[in-house]
Ligand binder design. Structure first.
Ligand SMILES: *[C@@H]1O[C@H](CO)[C@@H](O)[C@H](O)[C@H]1NC(C)=O
Ligand SMILES: *[C@@H]1O[C@H](CO)[C@@H](O)[C@H](O)[C@H]1NC(C)=O
Ligand SMILES: *[C@@H]1O[C@H](CO)[C@@H](O)[C@H](O)[C@H]1NC(C)=O
Ligand SMILES: *[C@@H]1O[C@H](CO)[C@@H](O)[C@H](O)[C@H]1NC(C)=O
Ligand SMILES: *[C@@H]1O[C@H](CO)[C@@H](O)[C@H](O)[C@H]1NC(C)=O
Ligand SMILES: *[C@@H]1O[C@H](CO)[C@@H](O)[C@H](O)[C@H]1NC(C)=O
Ligand SMILES: *[C@@H]1O[C@H](CO)[C@@H](O)[C@H](O)[C@H]1NC(C)=O
Length: 323
């Protein structure tokens, strides 16, 4: 492609775009709406101006509420409703002005009527009582009487963490009820976690800021889990202060048994000094399962010290005797 082709190509393109904008301008109705779209709460007040700068044979607002009869001597007319109670109102401003073959043209004012939900509630589906670690459960969030649903987002939270979001494609303008479900597989870290559902209405730049949000009450999840030691063996050097500690988190709380012990003991901790060296196996058990841990009890490290002290003592006694 040479420069000449490029030049004519450019000229052609600008000519076409000018033609398009010219015909576009011609088809446009010579009225200005201010604001160009409105977002109003159901039962709230709303107003919009329609103005023109061309001479005309009359203009007016047509609407099921707040209509303005045709006037000939004005260039600015206001559609106003102090308490809007219609979900699908479609007001338009018309002007009797010749465009092409038409004697009248009109401009519609897009109106979004919204309503925050009456209630947002959370529940577990077909389940009550504690949840078992690793199993699947379903939570349900019910949003009652909200409009318009295409501007609704249902957010799921665990504590402060956003887990999931649902939006809706339904275009109905009247209030609806929505039910959203969320699958969860709780684990021990979720014990005491609070889940909640939140309904958020994002009505665009013309809508209320921040977005109106209604949250459910928190749902406290109780999780049952089996005992699980962080390590399966531990080496213990016998000492007055050192314990064999088998205590482990579990829900419901675990019970403890010890193998290789002369007497039965259901305590989760044993004094190492009360034991002879060897291996002791502790088993923690609850309704969901059990987990064992082996304590290898050694006396090395204690005996040399003991013998050193004894030898020193004997030496001292010997020394004193000599003296
Ligand atoms: C409509 O026009 C009136 C009169 O000019 C003005 O006072 C009012 O603020 C305008 N309203 C809007 C929404 O622009
Ligand atoms: C327009 O005319 C009506 C009567 O036809 C009159 O009541 C009104 O005051 C006029 N308004 C203006 C802005 O001239
Ligand atoms: C819940 O339980 C009812 C009756 O037991 C059953 O009809 C329904 O399908 C269950 N719903 C789900 C989501 O499992
Ligand atoms: C929403 O639920 C309420 C209460 O259950 C009911 O009265 C109402 O008719 C429902 N609305 C729709 C649109 O289904
Ligand atoms: C929400 O509402 C606004 C105003 O009515 C609209 O322009 C926008 O498209 C809607 N957003 C969604 C995601 O539907
Ligand atoms: C179990 O061990 C603990 C800690 O060593 C001790 O206090 C308790 O007396 C022992 N009980 C039995 C029944 O041996
Ligand atoms: C104690 O356990 C250790 C490690 O599991 C093993 O090597 C050792 O043989 C065991 N001793 C006895 C007496 O069972």
């Amino acid at each position: 492609m040479n420069m000449l082709q490029l030049f004519f190509g450019f000229v052609y393109l600008s000519a076409v775009s000018q033609l398009v904008s010219l015909t576009g301008a011609q088809a446009e109705c010579p009225v200005q709406l201010n604001p160009q779209r409105v977002v109003v709460r159901y039962g709230g007040s709303v107003a919009a101006n329609c103005s023109t700068s061309v001479p005309h044979k009359g203009m007016g607002w047509e609407a099921s509420e707040g209509a303005v009869p045709m006037t000939k001597n004005q260039s600015l007319i206001t559609w106003r409703v102090p308490e809007l109670t219609e979900w699908d109102i479609k007001p338009f401003c018309y002007i009797n002005y010749k465009i092409g073959n038409e004697d009248q043209c009109k401009e519609e004012l897009p109106v979004t009527v919204y309503k925050t939900p009456d209630s947002v509630s959370i529940s577990t589906v077909n389940h009550s009582g504690p949840m078992m670690e690793g199993e699947l459960y379903e939570l349900q969030c019910d949003v009652h009487n909200v409009a318009p649903v295409q501007n609704l987002t249902v957010n799921w939270y665990k504590g402060q963490t956003l887990l999931d979001q649902t939006t809706f494609t339904d275009t109905s303008e009247t209030p609806v009820n929505e039910t959203v479900r969320l699958l969860i597989r709780p684990d021990r870290a979720d014990e005491g976690a609070q889940y909640r559902g939140e309904a958020e209405l994002d009505l665009g730049a013309e809508g209320p800021q921040p977005h109106p949000t209604i949250s459910s009450n928190p749902l406290n999840v109780e999780v049952y889990y089996k005992p699980q030691h962080s390590s399966s063996t531990e080496t213990i050097i016998k000492d007055d202060k050192v314990m064999l500690d088998c205590t482990v988190k579990a829900k419901p709380a675990a019970t403890y048994t010890w193998d290789h012990l002369k007497e039965k003991n259901s305590s989760s901790v044993l004094k190492s000094s009360a034991l002879s060296s060897g291996n002791y196996t502790c088993t923690a058990t609850n309704a969901l399962g059990k987990d064992s841990k082996v304590f290898i009890v050694k006396s090395t490290g204690i005996r040399p010290t003991f013998w050193t002290v004894l030898t020193f003592f004997q030496l001292s006694v010997a020394l004193i005797t000599i003296m």
